[in-house]
Design a protein around this ligand. Structure first.
Ligand code: ZN
Ligand code: ZN
Ligand code: FE
Length: 763
C-alpha cells in the first residue's frame, strides 16, 4: 500500500447496532489515522487517508465489540482525492449500495446500564428504558435499514440536549446508540386501568404491590407482552392457567439472578453462562427435589424454564426502590389461544383484559413481534434450541458457499421461514402454529420486513409437500416464480446439512411427530440416505394405525390401542389394554369401539411417527392419556425416567420396519406385576435407542457412509439422544451431526427446505 492516497474498507457481517462505528473511531484515533466511518446498506464503510497501517485490520478484527460478527473485509484503493480529512470522524449513513447488512438481534440490558439504573445520582436512575451501544432493542424496533434512529420506532422521540451530547460524543458509551433516551426525552410508562386517586405515579410500585397480592399483570416487554404473576403463589399460578386456558403447558419463570435460580434448580456453569448471555434466552433447568415452587408451573415436567430480567423494566420489577421487588415471576407470552404474541397497547387491552387485572404499558412502539427463545443443554455437549427467536433472530447462519436468492416456507407447527442469499441464511423468529389465521398475518408482515431489511428477492420457494399444510398453500400463493415441494423429513436432515456445511451423503435419522410421506401415509420414524438434493427411505419404524387420525394425535391412548390392535389378536389386544388399565380410565366399551375403528383403514391412517410411539407408551404406563399441548405425554414419560440399563425386545419386519409391539407387551406385563414406572420407562427408552443405533450403524456399514445426521422433534428427548449417542461412540468411526443453530423440531425445517431449494436451482 502506498504511503499516500485514500483507501476504502468495507466491513460486512453483523456490524450495525452493536457499537461498531464508535469502536472503529476509537481505534483509528488511537492509531492517529485520518478519515471517516459510516453505516451503509452493505455494512460499515471506512475511508482512510494518507497511508495504511498494515495492522489496522488485524486490530480491527481482534478487538471488535462482543456482539459484532465480521464476515467480510474488502479493501480498495481509491483513485480520487487526498488531503481532505483533518481528523477521523463518524459521518451520516450512506444510502448507496445494493448489498445486505444484517440487523442485530435484540440485546439484554448490559451491566453498565444496570449500574446506572440503580444509582440515585444518575440521571437515568430507575428509568425503565435505559440502553447504550452495547444493549437494548434492535430488531424489534427497526423498520428499515440502515439502522439509524429515524428508521426505528424511536424516531417519535426527540433527543434532549443531554442525550444528544452523549450521542455525539465519541468517547461516550452512548455514542450513536440509536435508541438512546432518558426520562426527559424518551419513552415513558403508564398503567391501565389507572388507579383512581393515585398521586405517586410510581407505576412499578403499583405493579409490584398488585403482583404480591396475587394479581395478574400484562407487561409490555421487548418483543411483545408478557402475562406475569407471583410464581410462588399457587393460587395466582392456577388462576393464570385457568384464565389463559392453557392446559398443562409449562410457564416460563423470571428471577433477579442466577443465585435465586439455584434455590429451585440445578445450574451448571455452562447453563449459567447461557442465562447471562447477551441473548438472554429461557434455559430449561432440572428441578431440585427441594424446589418449593408450585408444580403447577410445569405439571409432570422435571424441568423449569428460567430467564433473567432482560430489559430495565423487568429488572425494576425485581429491584425496585421502596418495595423489595418480586422474588420469582411467571412470565408467559401475552397472547390468547396460541395466537401470535400481542405487541400493541390497544390490542393488549382488547385481547388480554379477561386475563390481566392490570397493564404496564409504554409508548415505545414494538415493530416486530419476537417471542422469548428457549434452549437447553444437550447430551451432544452443546445447547439445543426448543425455540429460536428473541436474541437470535434475525442472526445469520452461514451456508458456506454462495447461491441464488431462495426461501423455505417452513412447516405448520412451530413455524419459521428462511430467506437465503449469497452465502447466508436468515431464519425468521418463531411464527407459531399456522393453523391460526392470525399467524398468517404475522408470517406475511415478517416476510415483508425481512425481505426489505436483507434485500432478498427469492427466485424459488420450497414448501412442505403435505397437501393440507397452511404454510404450503401460503407458499403457493406468494409471488415467487419457482415452487419446490419438499418432503418433511428430508427437510429435517437438510437443516443439519445446512448448519454443518457437510456436502456429501449422510445416514439421516429423523424421529418426529408426523410428516407427510410420498406414499400417502404419515412418516416420522425415518432412516434416510440423503444429501441436500435428494433422499431414499432406507428403513423406518413400523407404521401403526391411528384410530380417528387427528384424534389419536391429541389422545395417545387411542394410538396405544392402534399399536396393540396392529400387532396382536383382538383378544390379546383387549387383554393387554385391560392390564394396562386403559379400560379403567375409559371403559371397556369405549376401548372395544376404538379397537374397531383401528381395524378400518379409512378411519385410521397409518403412521410411523416416533412421537406417537413414545406418547402411546406414556398412556400404557398411565401417565398421560390426552395431550393438552404438543408432546405432553412424551415429556411426562421422559420426566419420570431414571438412569438405568436394560432393554425390551424389538423386531425388524419387512422393508426394515422396526417393530416395538413386543416392548409394549413386556412393559405392560411388568407394570401389572408391580414394576416401577421409572424403570419400565428407562428400559423403553433404551430399547428405542438400541434399535435406532443398530439400524443406523447397519446402514452405515452397508453403504460406507460414516456421517449420521440426527433431527426431528423427538430428539428433544435427552434420555433418548444420550442413549443413541452412547451407542454410536461405542461403535466408533462415526461422525454424528446434530442441530445446534436451529431447533431439531419443526422450527428448523425452513432452513433445510432452503438448502434443498438452492441445490435444485443450481442443478
Ligand atoms: Zn447498556
Ligand atoms: Zn434525554
Ligand atoms: Fe417434523
Amino acid at each position: 500500500m502506498s504511503a499516500m492516497g485514500r483507501i476504502s474498507i468495507r466491513i460486512s457481517g453483523v456490524v450495525q447496532g452493536v457499537g461498531f462505528r464508535p469502536y472503529v473511531y476509537r481505534l483509528a484515533c488511537q492509531m492517529g489515522l485520518k478519515g471517516t466511518v459510516q453505516n451503509g446498506p452493505d455494512g460499515v464503510l471506512i475511508e482512510i487517508e494518507g497511508g495504511f497501517p498494515v495492522d489496522f485490520i488485524e486490530r480491527l478484527r481482534a478487538g471488535a465489540p462482543p456482539l459484532a460478527q465480521i464476515t467480510g473485509v474488502a479493501v480498495e484503493k481509491m483513485t480520487q482525492g487526498s488531503n481532505i480529512y483533518k481528523d477521523f470522524r463518524i459521518i451520516e449513513s450512506s444510502q448507496d449500495g445494493g448489498f445486505s447488512t444484517p440487523v442485530s438481534a435484540d440485546i439484554t440490558v448490559c451491566p453498565d446500564c444496570l449500574r446506572e439504573l440503580a444509582d440515585p445520582e444518575d440521571r437515568r436512575y430507575l428509568y425503565p428504558f435505559i440502553n447504550c451501544t452495547n444493549c437494548g432493542p434492535r430488531y424489534s424496533i427497526v423498520k428499515e435499514i440502515p439502522y439509524d434512529r429515524m428508521n426505528t420506532t424511536m424516531a417519535a422521540f426527540n433527543m434532549c440536549p443531554d442525550c444528544k451530547a452523549e450521542y455525539t460524543d465519541p468517547a461516550n458509551r452512548r455514542f450513536h446508540a440509536e435508541p438512546v433516551a432518558c426520562p426527559a426525552c424518551g419513552p415513558s410508562l403508564s398503567i391501565a386501568p389507572e388507579l383512581y386517586g393515585n398521586s405517586s405515579k410510581d407505576n412499578i410500585s403499583l405493579a409490584i404491590k398488585e403482583l404480591k397480592e396475587g394479581g395478574i399483570i400484562a407487561v409490555k416487554g421487548l418483543g411483545g407482552f408478557h402475562l406475569a404473576c407471583d410464581a410462588s403463589n399457587g393460587a395466582a399460578v392456577a388462576g393464570l392457567r385457568r384464565r389463559k386456558r392453557r392446559g398443562n403447558k409449562p410457564f416460563a419463570l423470571m428471577v433477579r439472578s442466577v443465585t435465586e435460580i439455584k434455590k429451585f434448580c440445578h445450574v451448571s456453569s455452562e447453563e449459567e453462562k447461557k442465562l447471562c448471555s447477551p441473548e438472554g434466552p429461557v434455559v430449561l433447568l432440572r428441578k431440585k427435589d427441594t424446589c418449593s415452587l408450585p408444580p403447577d408451573i410445569a405439571p409432570g415436567n422435571k424441568w423449569f424454564g428460567f430467564m433473567l430480567p432482560y430489559t430495565p423494566l423487568h429488572w425494576l420489577l425485581f429491584n425496585h426502590k421502596e418495595s423489595d421487588g418480586m422474588d420469582v415471576l411467571v412470565m408467559t407470552s401475552g397472547n390468547i389461544s396460541e395466537e401470535p404474541i400481542v405487541i400493541d397497547n390497544d390490542e393488549a387491552i382488547k385481547k388480554l383484559s379477561d386475563i390481566a387485572d392490570r397493564f404496564v404499558l409504554h409508548d415505545r412502539e414494538i415493530h416486530a413481534r419476537v417471542d422469548d427463545s428457549v434452549v437447553y443443554s444437550s447430551p451432544g455437549g452443546h445447547f439445543s434450541f426448543l425455540r429460536r427467536s428473541r436474541g437470535y433472530a434475525p442472526g445469520r447462519i452461514e451456508l458456506g458457499r454462495s447461491g441464488p436468492h431462495v426461501m423455505g416456507a417452513g412447516g405448520d407447527l412451530k413455524n419459521t421461514f428462511t430467506l437465503a442469499k449469497d452465502s447466508m441464511a436468515i431464519v425468521s423468529q418463531h411464527i407459531g402454529d399456522m393453523e391460526n389465521p392470525r399467524a398468517h398475518a404475522f408470517y406475511l408482515e415478517t416476510l415483508d420486513k425481512l425481505k426489505r431489511l436483507f434485500r432478498v428477492q427469492p427466485e424459488a420457494i420450497a414448501y412442505d409437500m403435505h397437501p393440507a399444510y397452511h404454510s404450503s398453500s401460503l407458499a403457493l400463493d406468494l409471488d415467487i416464480p419457482e415452487k419446490i415441494a419438499v418432503q418433511h423429513h428430508h427437510a429435517h436432515i437438510a437443516s443439519v446439512l445446512a448448519e454443518s456445511g457437510h456436502s456429501g451423503k449422510v445416514i439421516g435419522v429423523v424421529l418426529d411427530g408426523t410428516g407427510y410421506g410420498p406414499d400417502g401415509t404419515l412418516w416420522g420414524g425415518e432412516f434416510l440416505i440423503a444429501d441436500a438434493l435428494d433422499f431414499k427411505r432406507a428403513a423406518h419404524f413400523k407404521p401403526i394405525p391411528l384410530p380417528g387420525g387427528e384424534a389419536a394425535i391429541k389422545e395417545p391412548w387411542r394410538a396405544a390401542i392402534g399399536l396393540l390392535s396392529s400387532a396382536f389378536s383382538k383378544d390379546e389386544a383387549i387383554a393387554l389394554a385391560l392390564k394396562a388399565g386403559i379400560a379403567g380410565r375409559y371403559s371397556e366399551e369405549e376401548l372395544i369401539k376404538v379397537l374397531g375403528i383401528a381395524k378400518r383403514p379409512e378411519l385410521s391412517p397409518l403412521s410411523s411417527g416416533a412421537g406417537r410411539l413414545f406418547e402411546a407408551f406414556s398412556s400404557v404406563l398411565g401417565l398421560v392419556d390426552k395431550n393438552t399441548f404438543e408432546a405432553e405425554a412424551a415429556i411426562a414419560l421422559e420426566s419420570i425416567t431414571e438412569d438405568m440399563e436394560g432393554e425390551y425386545d424389538y423386531y425388524i419386519g419387512g422393508m426394515g420396519a422396526l417393530d416395538f409391539s413386543m416392548a409394549f407387551k413386556q412393559a405392560i406385563i411388568e407394570k401389572a406385576a408391580g414394576g416401577r414406572a421409572a424403570a419400565i420407562s428407562a428400559k423403553f427408552h433404551n430399547t428405542v435407542a438400541l434399535a435406532v443405533a443398530e439400524t443406523a450403524l447397519r446402514l452405515s456399514s452397508e453403504t460406507g457412509i460414516r456421517h449420521i445426521a440426527l433431527s426431528g422433534g423427538v430428539f428433544h428427548n435427552r434420555t433418548l439422544l444420550e442413549g443413541v449417542l452412547k451407542r454410536f461412540s461405542k461403535a466408533g468411526g462415526i461422525q454424528v451431526l446434530t442441530n445446534r443453530l436451529v431447533p431439531p423440531g419443526d422450527g428448523g425445517i425452513s432452513l433445510g427446505q432452503t438448502l434443498i431449494a438452492r441445490e435444485k436451482l443450481v442443478k
